[in-house]
Design a protein around this ligand. Structure first.
Ligand SMILES: Nc1ncnc2c1ncn2[C@@H]1O[C@H](COP(=O)(O)OP(=O)(O)OP(=O)(O)O)[C@@H](O)[C@H]1O
Ligand SMILES: [Mg+2]
Length: 397
C-alpha cells in the first residue's frame, strides 16, 4: 500500500485529491509539515511507502521558497517520492520546481481526471528510480542510451539532454550525459552549463578511474552529471577515440543511466559508443534526404556485428509542410516509428534558453512524449508490468 501526502488547508483541493487518489491519502496543514524530508517520510515509516507528496503553494498555503526547498530535499532523499506542486502561476515556478526535482506543477482548478492521471503517473515513476530504493546499480549493469542520426540538426542534442534530464528525475545521482559530438558538441549550451572540464580532459591519454572521473564531471542543478564536449575543434584533436569505450565502461559501472549524444553520421566515437550501447535512439526529420539517410544507417547497423541492443526510431520536428507522411517514412524505412514528435516553437525556445523542454514546459505534449520514451529505459516495476501486460507502453502521438 502506498500513500499520498498532501500539504494544504484548502478543502476544495484536498477533496479533489481524495476523489482522484487511488492510494491512501494523508492531509497535513502546511504548518504541520515537518522541517526535514526524513521526518516527513518517517511519519509513515513501517506502515506505508509515501509515493507522492503534493505541496500547495497557492496564497495562504506553503510559501513557494519553502516548498521548492522541501522538494529539493525530498527528491534527493533515498526513498524519494514524486513531488507535485499546486500553484496559481504554474509557469512562474515550473523551472525552479523542476530543477528541484518536482514532477509537475498543477493549477488548483485541475480536473479530477487530470489529477488522477498525474497522480498515477507520479506513483509509477517512483517504482524505478535509484532514489526510490536508495540502491546503486549493480556492477556493470548501467544502461547506455546513445542518440544518433545520419544527418545533422535533426534534434539529437535536444533529445539526449531531455532524456538525460527526465532520467535524472528518477535517478538524480545515477544519470550521466556524455557529449561525444567531439568537434561541435553543444550539450553544455543546451543545459546552460559552464564546465570546468570537458571530454578533452577525460579521454586523451588514459581514462581515470571513477574517483578521478567524478572530479571532472559537471553537475547540472537537477543532479544530472555531465561530461561536456570540448571547447574547440583543436582540443578535439587530442581525444583518442579508442578511449571512448573505456570511458563508457567506467561510467556504466557507476551510473544507472549513461546517455550519449553523438555527432551526425558514424564517427569513430559513435561506432565505439554503439559497441557499448544498450538502447539506440535513432532520430530523423520527416524529409526525403533524412529518411533515406536513416534507411542507409539502419542497413549499415544490421551489417555491423553490434552487441544486442534495443532500437528506438524517432521522427522529430514533424509537420505537414514537407508533404511527407509518417506512413511514407515508415514504408521507406521498413520499420515503424516508435515516437513522432511535432515541430514545436517551445522546443526552439527551450534550446535558446538553455533549459530543456521537460524542465521548461513539463506539461507540453513534447515533454510528455519524451517522458513516455524514458519509461522504456527505466526498469518497470512489477506492478506496472502486470498492468501493461504485453502492450506497447507508448506509441505514435
Ligand atoms: N521538435 C522540435 N521542434 C522545433 N524545433 C526543434 C525540435 N527538435 C529540435 N529542434 C531545434 O532544432 C535545432 C537543432 O536541434 P539539435 O541541436 O538538437 O540537433 P542535432 O541533431 O543535435 O544537431 P547537430 O547534428 O548539429 O548536433 C535546435 O535549435 C532545436 O531547438
Ligand atoms: Mg547535436
Amino acid at each position: 500500500m502506498t500513500h499520498i501526502v498532501t500539504a494544504s488547508s484548502s478543502t476544495e483541493l484536498t477533496k479533489r485529491i481524495r476523489l482522484a487518489a487511488e492510494d491512501a491519502l494523508t492531509v497535513l496543514r502546511p504548518e504541520q509539515v515537518p522541517a526535514t524530508p526524513g521526518q516527513l517520510l518517517a511519519l509513515f515509516e513501517d506502515q506505508v511507502a509515501v509515493s507522492t507528496v503534493v505541496l500547495d503553494v497557492t496564497p495562504g498555503q506553503m510559501p513557494v521558497e519553502q516548498a521548492i526547498e522541501l522538494t529539493r530535499r525530498l527528491c534527493s532523499h533515498a526513498g524519494a517520492p514524486s513531488v507535485l506542486l499546486v500553484s496559481d502561476e504554474p509557469e512562474a515556478i515550473a523551472l525552479a520546481a523542476m530543477r528541484a526535482g518536482g514532477r509537475d506543477v498543477l493549477t488548483p482548478e485541475v480536473s479530477i481526471e487530470e489529477l488522477r492521471a498525474v497522480l498515477r503517473e507520479a506513483q509509477e515513476m517512483v517504482g524505478y528510480g535509484t532514489a526510490s530504493d536508495g540502491s546503486r546499480p549493480e556492477q556493470g549493469d548501467g544502461r547506455v542510451i546513445t542518440v544518433a542520426s545520419p544527418k545533422g540538426g535533426v534534434g539529437k542534442t535536444t533529445l539526449a539532454t531531455n532524456i538525460a534530464l527526465a532520467l535524472a528525475r528518477t535517478s538524480p545521482q545515477g544519470t550521466v550525459l556524455v557529449d561525444l559530438d567531439v568537434q561541435f558538441g553543444d550539450v553544455a549550451a543546451a543545459l546552460d552549463l559552464d564546465p570546468s572540464y570537458t571530454l578533452g580532459d577525460v579521454a586523451t591519454s588514459a581514462v581515470p578511474d571513477i574517483i578521478g572521473l567524478k572530479a571532472l564531471l559537471t553537475q547540472h542543478p537537477s543532479g544530472l552529471q555531465v561530461i561536456a564536449g570540448v571547447r574547440s575543434p583543436v582540443e578535439a584533436d587530442r581525444i583518442d577515440p579508442r578511449l571512448v569505450g573505456d570511458l563508457l565502461d567506467v561510467l556504466r559501472r557507476e551510473f544507472r543511466y549513461v546517455v550519449v549524444d553523438s555527432a551526425p553520421g558514424m564517427s569513430e566515437e559513435t561506432l565505439t559508443a554503439l559497441d557499448h550501447t544498450s538502447d539506440l535512439v535513432l532520430v530523423s526529420t520527416l524529409d526525403v534526404p533524412g529518411i533515406r539517410g536513416l534507411r542507409k544507417e539502419l542497413d549499415l547497423l544490421s551489417e555491423l556485428a553490434l552487441p544486442a541492443h534495443t532500437r528506438h526510431v524517432i521522427l522529430n520536428m514533424v509537420d505537414r509542410a514537407g508533404g511527407l507522411t509518417v506512413d511514407d517514412a515508415e514504408a521507406t524505412l521498413g520499420v515503424d516509428a516508435d515516437l513522432v514528435l511535432p515541430r514545436s516553437p517551445k522546443v526552439a525556445r527551450s534550446t535558446n534558453q538553455g533549459v530543456p523542454i521537460v524542465e521548461l514546459f513539463p506539461s507540453d505534449k513534447v515533454s510528455q512524449d519524451i517522458q513516455s520514451l524514458v519509461t522504456r529505459f527505466a526498469p518497470l516495476s512489477s506492478r506496472r508490468e502486470r498492468r501493461l501486460g504485453a502492450h506497447r507502453i507508448w506509441g505514435r502521438s
